[in-house]
Design a protein around this ligand. Sequence first.
Ligand SMILES: [Zn+2]
Length: 290
Amino acid sequence: MTAPRKDWARCEGERIARRFGWTTLPVDPFAIARSEDITVSPLPEADKGVSGVFHIRGHDAFIFYRETPRQPGRERFSVAHELGHFFLEGHPAMIADQGGRHESRAGSFLQRQPIEVEADHFAAGLLMPTAPLRTFLADAPVGLEAIKRLRQKAKVSISAAAITYAQQADHPVAIIVSKGQRIQYAFQSPGLRALGRLIHPRKDDPLPAGATSHFNSDPSNVAVARQVCGATTAQIWFDGGGALPLDEEVLGLGTSGATLTVLSSEDLPRGDPDDSDDEDDDQPWSPTFR
Ligand SMILES: [Zn+2]
């Protein structure tokens, strides 16, 4: 199985947004589908476990998405993901070869197919293209508030906004998603990596003592999407981190049962993102995206 082409897929998403005239946030994936005469409809209730379907029949393409009226960001990401299967070179032919129907499943990140990873990165590029994203980030505050504003501005899920923010921010920032007392995944911003080599926690590592661990010890905090803020230091979270003080902002993600933690400091300089490497490249996009 060939490795997914993540950067290429993200660039293609950005290029398609530009081609259809979407140069500011939010980008509307439904409108792009209409422009290409792709029929977009909600999934029938019976298709449980499926977050979206791309169907190709001759010259006709169809997208079905899971309706989540209270979480419009998830619907939009799902439609953008399926658009990836339409626009990314090689995807339509592969799906046509497999009978013309492709099902996308939320949470199936074990042995995810390369086309699934590519479609996720396409969707992120389409919904949050670099140019308007950088314009937004230039004026945004640091930390959780920036993520909440990006969610509103780009009309995406909080997880999509958080991951994209962590991948693009020049400020030193890390995001950690946890469930119970275990880490699900973590990302460091280019600005944080530029400060030195910090090794962040990995999937299934225990949460360190502090605001997030305390927050998660009461599941109702997560369920009702409470938000708290604590103080921590880099060495509590990272191997190689020193006594650097950091804000620890914590937000319950509701019915997903997950918690978002944002570590940042307003007092640190912006790093030079060109110094960063890309060690998170294996991290799945989708466990909480769709
Ligand atoms: Zn898919």
